[in-house]
Design a protein around this ligand. Sequence first.
Ligand code: FES
Ligand code: FES
Length: 156
Amino acid sequence: MKEINLTVNNRPYRLIVLPHRTLLEVIREDLGLTGTKEGCGLGECGACTILLDGKAVNSCLVLAAEADGKEVTTIEGLADGDKLHPVQQAFVEHGGLQCGFCTPGMIMSAKALLDENPTPTEEEIKQAIAGNLCRCTGYTKIIESIKAAAENMGGK
Ligand code: FES
Ligand code: FES
């Protein structure tokens, strides 16, 4: 057992975790934040993507103990009250989702990209979401959504 301190969506948590538990398990099971999805559990699908100290990571590959002292952002942390984050809004308006299973991870990867590079090229968008698999959309609408989000955010 190890005590860890995490800030998740700007809220501080002190948790006791077993050494083998992943950050994904702790986020979903201990904190009840089930917006982050578990697909493969092996680092291959990107459904579990969150931001760890601002960087997009597969939370199924991070041990909770390794995240001690770090800042986590999940999909639940993006909206501002009832107002969707511009990336979420763009996915809704531009058909960037169908079944929605890949969507939280896809949006977190897109957010990490736009935070670092507010005016990405199509190639940079493709690279940023290369680790996020979608079985439904064929990716075109996802790429359009991320482009629209970048425009709506005005390069900020
Ligand atoms: S569940 Fe983490 S990459 Fe698939
Ligand atoms: S919308 Fe269904 S997997 Fe992407």
